[in-house]
Design a protein around this ligand. Structure first.
Ligand code: HEC
Length: 138
């Protein structure tokens, strides 16, 4: 039967086309210690513009809350890390390492109610790209 000749390659093709199992911010993608490190950086470099509550201040928008989560919904963690690393602090960016920006992102995640887990969020772009920000837990 010729159909069998095509069936297996077709199944393999379909499997290959399936997206890799996505991880979301609801899966515990950072640790409490990591968020604490991020908080230390936040308090020295970010608090002036984004506020102690992270809800924003005179010079910067909220980095926590419903509106923030809605605007980042569906994007991946690398985008937030790189947004911070390349553009923040807005009055003199460029000195934060990717590891520091990842710690800051862990802190932002914790304040947004995304749960901590057992493993630190890795700062490689490949790893960060696999973490999807979802405003709501499914
Ligand atoms: C001098 C004020 C200032 C400082 C300090 C600052 N920010 Fe910002 N931040 C802004 C402004 C203004 C915006 C929005 C416009 C822009 O992107 O420049 C912004 C935007 C952001 C956004 C995007 C928000 C969104 O809804 O997409 C994030 C995330 C962020 N900042 C994080 C940080 C972090 C983390 C730090 C500390 C390392 C920091 N900012 C320090 C002023 C600041």
């Amino acid at each position: 039967m010729t159909i069998r000749k095509y069936l297996i390659p077709l199944i393999l093709l379909a499997l290959a086309a399936m997206p890799a199992a996505a991880q979301t911010v609801w899966d515990g993608v950072y640790t409490t210690e990591q968020a604490e490190r991020g908080k230390d950086i936040y308090l020295s470099e970010c608090v002036l513009c984004h506020g102690a509550t992270m809800l924003g201040a005179e010079d910067g928008p909220a980095v926590t809350g419903e509106g923030f989560r809605a605007s980042w919904d569906g994007r991946t963690a690398d985008m937030l890390v790189e947004r911070i690393r390349l553009t923040m602090p807005s009055d003199g960016p460029g000195f934060l390492s990717r590891a520091q920006s990842t710690d800051l992102t862990a802190y932002i995640f914790s304040d947004n109610g995304f749960p901590a887990g057992d493993a630190e969020m890795k700062s490689s772009l490949a790893a960060l790209k696999k973490i999807v920000i979802k405003a709501e837990k499914d």
